[in-house]
Ligand binder design. Structure first.
Ligand SMILES: Cc1cc2nc3c(=O)[nH]c(=O)nc-3n(C[C@H](O)[C@H](O)[C@H](O)COP(=O)(O)OP(=O)(O)OC[C@H]3O[C@@H](n4cnc5c(N)ncnc54)[C@H](O)[C@@H]3O)c2cc1C
Length: 312
């Protein structure tokens, strides 16, 4: 590969979501002059949402883009270098680590990976059209907006059942639309859902169309895969819970990943199986998946990196 130029940093952070920016704020204040490579989605997943009501410090809620822009400004205030670059290849076999973005090379003594994860969607046109206006992939984030309303959860794994159960805290009725005639999840979780009177399971069914107007989603049409019959559920919200994909393909050959392809870190720390490489945020977390937990582990990664560098 013809390398155009190269830049060395003590710490490089991959990703500009809450985990990446928080790691940068801490690393910069520890005098490590970090660099963030933002990736294509500068600001991360929260730039795809409007109101964030559960990030502490914003009692009236804050727009997702505004929150991420404030985190960026805070990182810049302490002289973080921020480059809009998507990493295309890494070489973690020796130090300094090599990080490539096309024909650009970056090297670093320590590396913090905060490349996040992406929610999987069904991929149908009407779903895309109403994303953020009725269609969501996070009940913890958006369930509250559907108080007293009817909603549907799509999926049949543990996280779908968990989301359905959670949504009954404020929704009038919750449909679980599942394409098969049995669940994959744990027995205990299934029992909890089947016993819940607010939940109705729509077996053997898939989404036919998300229906709506300028105000957003107004109804949902599902189709039974066995009979071909369609039915309107009367729901104003749809929560897609068919899994997440962590952004770890760059590290598949070098870092230890779990069975769902999340980066494995040492318990209670952000250390990976490679000395000097730390991971934080949603790329390590298939359970909580929140901005505040991502920011929390971003802080941990910067402190872990700083202490590790001091030992070298
Ligand atoms: C629609 C929606 C609404 C949400 N609402 C809320 C909410 O209200 N409250 C809440 O707490 N959480 C919410 N979440 C979840 C929250 O957004 C995530 O938990 C959080 O953003 C995870 O932060 P992160 O820093 O780990 O990664 P992400 O935010 O996923 O950011 C990952 C970063 O890595 C970068 N990246 C990826 N690949 C590469 C690469 N090859 N090279 C360089 N960079 C790369 C991306 O560009 C991006 O900047 C919501 C999520 C979605 C999708």
């Amino acid at each position: 590969m013809g390398i155009m130029d190269s830049k060395h940093k003590r710490v490089i952070i991959l990703g500009s979501g809450p985990a990446g920016y928080t790691a940068a704020i801490y690393a910069a204040r520890a005098n490590l002059s970090p660099m963030i490579l933002t990736g294509f989605q500068k600001g991360g997943q929260l730039t795809t949402t409007t109101e964030v009501e559960n990030f502490p410090g914003f009692p009236k809620g804050i727009d997702g883009n505004e929150l991420m822009s404030q985190m960026e400004q805070q990182a810049l205030r302490f002289e973080t270098e921020i480059e809009f670059a998507e990493v295309t290849q890494v070489d973690l076999s020796e130090r300094p680590f090599k990080i490539y973005s096309g024909d650009k090379l970056y090297t670093s003594d320590a590396l913090i990976i905060a490349t996040g994860a992406s929610a999987r969607y069904l991929g149908i046109e009407s779903e895309t059209k109403f994303k953020g206006r009725g269609v969501s992939a996070c009940a913890t984030c958006d369930g509250f907006f559907y108080r007293g309303k009817k909603v549907a959860v799509i999926g049949g794994g543990d996280s779908a059942l968990e989301e359905a159960s959670y949504l009954t805290n404020f929704c009038e009725r919750v449909f679980v639309v599942h394409r098969r005639d049995e669940f994959r999840g744990s027995k205990a979780m299934q029992e909890r859902v089947l016993k819940n009177e607010k939940i109705e399971i729509v077996w053997d069914s898939v989404i036919d169309e998300v229906i709506g107007d300028d105000s957003g989603m107004t109804d949902l049409r599902v189709k039974n895969v066995k009979s071909g019959e369609t039915r309107l559920l009367g729901t104003e919200g749809m929560f897609v819970a068919i899994g997440h994909t962590p952004n770890t393909s760059l590290f598949a050959d070098t870092l230890t990943l779990d069975e769902k392809k999340y980066i494995v870190t040492e318990s209670g720390s952000t250390k990976t199986n490679i000395d000097g490489v730390f991971a934080c945020g949603d790329v390590t977390d298939s359970v909580y998946r929140q901005a505040i937990t991502a920011a929390g582990t971003g802080c941990m990664a910067a402190i872990d990196a700083e202490r590790w560098l001091a030992e070298q």
